[in-house]
Design a protein around this ligand. Structure first.
Ligand SMILES: [Zn+2]
Length: 151
């Protein structure tokens, strides 16, 4: 499963608002965003698409101690970003704001896999998400801690 290039990463419900973006000022977030885009050559860090890109926070989850640590940032294209937050993509699709099929197709194309692989991966990610959402996580910003403190 972990051999997939593009994966779903669901943030536990209990941590939805403990992200770097809301821990720093808008100026600092813009700085992080721009540095990330430059570091990835203004391309998606997963599928290499250029154009409209987003800055995505990479978190590591310690499932034994319930500690989540910010590991860094990655530039993502719109479609890879939708895959990462597949729950939100589903909500947007329900509201008629997003073509969910395009998200599925992007996943299959980037990972060179079939639909069953996608369905299984999402089911696994949802199971993990539900389990993680039962706990309150301690959030560690790692090397970005000082930046957040400066606010
Ligand atoms: Zn991409």
């Amino acid at each position: 499963m972990s051999a997939l290039k593009l994966t779903v990463e669901l943030v536990p419900r209990t941590s939805w608002y403990s992200n770097m973006r809301s821990a720093v000022s808008k100026d600092d977030w813009d700085k992080i965003r721009k540095q990330t885009y430059a570091a990835f050559g203004h391309r998606c860090g997963i599928c290499q698409t250029s154009g409209m890109i987003h800055c995505h926070e990479i978190w590591h989850y310690d499932d034994e101690n319930y500690v989540q640590t910010l590991e860094g940032f990655i530039a993502l294209c719109e479609w890879c970003h939708h895959v990462k937050h597949i729950g939100l993509a589903g909500i947007l699709a329900d509201e008629g704001k997003l073509d969910y099929e395009k998200v599925v197709e992007h996943f299959m194309q980037v990972n060179v896999c079939d639909r069953l692989t996608f369905e299984k991966h999402v089911a696994l990610a949802l199971r993990r998400y539900r389990k993680r959402s039962m706990y309150q996580w301690k959030v560690e910003l790692g090397i970005y801690k000082d930046m957040a403190k400066g606010r």
